[in-house]
Ligand binder design. Structure first.
Ligand code: PLP
Length: 428
């Protein structure tokens, strides 16, 4: 293996993939099992040259991928593996440090302390809070609720019927009880539910279905009065708070006990990267800290990140969040987020000009949810026609039993000409 040559080849491959991804079919046209059948049943006895592996990637794997880094990928939450983030992933793998304790790699811990502080400043969250990086919001929420359980075992966790299902999953895993709370006309969590038996309340800032924002200030008041842990799932929409005009979405979060934001959703960081903030790091430590002899140290490090979550081995994720902020600068990040919101607003306006289309949820952030007035069958037909074309990829949701097509705009390369394709299918 000539590593330098292979590295050049890999970087050429990446650059030309990013150049041409917009011309590829967004979603894979394969049957279940088809890719597996094309792969050898056992690993090779002798290694292959990197060029051959790249050829296999092109011929066998690529046609079976759904291209999340495509400007016409509008499904679930559309994301961006940005160029800075891609470079960071390469550097992270080369360094391969394990951020379990400060001693394990001091600069990696201190870069993490720095980037979570930078992000707190950008989002307007209290800088004195503890923050650390997890892989996903699912893990962050699990850690937050485990901490809540430390203070109030055996209780109920309340979250809105629109909360992401990862909340209920964590609650089940922790042996707590999950109760879903009704939402108002705009799919925001109601606040008039009993709290006597509660361990925690989970509010969502940017629900998965419609990007509705729960009334965090009211929920914070109720939780303060009842002494209940308030966790805010701002996995997607939290990033919008980098724009001053969208910062309202995190109003009241400074009074929560914990908040999760996922830079891998709307902050141009390749998956995975989630930030968990808390005002009560001591409770997180009580929940998770267990130090074996071989990791005891005599240094006076402020933080050993293994004490705040389940994982001992931790990737050097701080490097990618750092590179994204450092390389693009906040002004550019704001511009791209604003563009996404403007594209979604323009799409909503255009859709509403059509007689047979209606929005089934108020347009919020970068998401638009709509249906054909003629009914579910016609709406499903439209979705299937769009996705089968390979030109774009959208997902669906069901809101109070009404089926709708859900368009999420979040890729850094997306422009109006990409979004406009949706209207061509609608009008066809
Ligand atoms: N919270 C919300 C609001 C989400 O939309 C999602 C996923 O889309 C999650 C949490 C789970 O995120 P993750 O995949 O990082 O666990």
């Amino acid at each position: 293996m000539n590593f330098r040559d292979d590295l050049h080849e890999a970087s050429d491959w990446v650059a030309s993939y990013l150049d041409r991804v917009g011309e590829l079919a967004v979603s894979a046209d394969v049957r279940p099992g088809q890719v597996r059948a094309a792969l050898p049943a056992s690993p090779p006895e002798r290694g292959e040259a990197f060029a051959d592996v790249l050829r296999d990637l092109d011929e066998t794997i690529l046609p079976g991928l759904t291209h999340w880094n495509h400007p016409r990928f509008f499904a679930w939450f559309s994301t961006t593996g940005s160029e800075a983030g891609i470079l960071a992933e390469l550097l992270i793998a080369a360094l391969n440090v394990n951020v379990m304790t400060w001693l394990a790699s001091p600069a990696a811990t201190e870069l993490e302390v720095t980037v979570v502080d930078w992000l707190a400043q950008l989002l307007g969250l209290p800088r004195e809070w503890h923050g650390h990086l997890e892989d996903t919001a699912s893990t962050s929420t699990l850690a937050a609720l485990a901490a809540a359980r430390e203070l109030r075992p055996d209780g109920v966790v309340y979250a809105s019927e629109q909360a992401n299902f990862s909340v209920e999953k964590s609650v089940r895993l922790l042996g707590l009880e999950f109760r879903s709370v009704e939402t108002d006309d705009a799919f925001r969590m109601r606040t008039d539910f009993p709290l006597d038996d509660a361990t925690a309340v989970v509010a969502t800032v940017g629900t998965t279905g419609t990007t509705s924002v729960d009334p965090v200030p009211e929920l914070a008041t109720r939780c303060e009065e009842a002494g209940v842990w308030l966790h805010v799932d701002a996995a997607y929409a939290g990033s919008a708070a980098v724009c001053p005009e969208l910062r309202w979405c995190l109003d009241g979060c400074e009074r929560a006990d914990s908040v999760v934001v996922n830079p891998h959703k709307w902050l141009f960081t390749p998956i995975d990267c989630s930030v968990l903030y808390t005002r009560k790091p001591e409770v997180l430590r009580e929940t998770f800290s267990l130090v074996p002899e071989y990791l005891k140290t005599t240094d006076t490090a402020e933080v050993n990140y293994m004490d705040y979550g389940l994982q001992l081995g931790r990737r050097f994720r701080a490097l990618k969040l750092w590179l994204v902020m450092e390389h693009y600068g906040i002004e550019h990040i704001r511009t791209v987020i604003r563009d996404h919101v403007a594209l979604a607003q323009r799409l909503a306006t255009e859709l509403q000009k059509r007689d047979d289309i209606e929005l089934i949820a108020p347009q919020s952030m970068s998401v638009v949810v709509f249906r054909r007035k003629s009914g579910e069958e016609a709406t499903m037909e439209l979705l299937e026609r769009m996705n089968a074309s390979g030109k774009l990829f959208v997902s669906h949701t069901r809101l109070r039993d009404v089926y709708g097509i859900r368009v999420a705009i979040g890729n850094g390369a997306t422009e109006w000409r990409h979004v406009e394709e949706i209207l061509k299918f609608v009008d066809d």
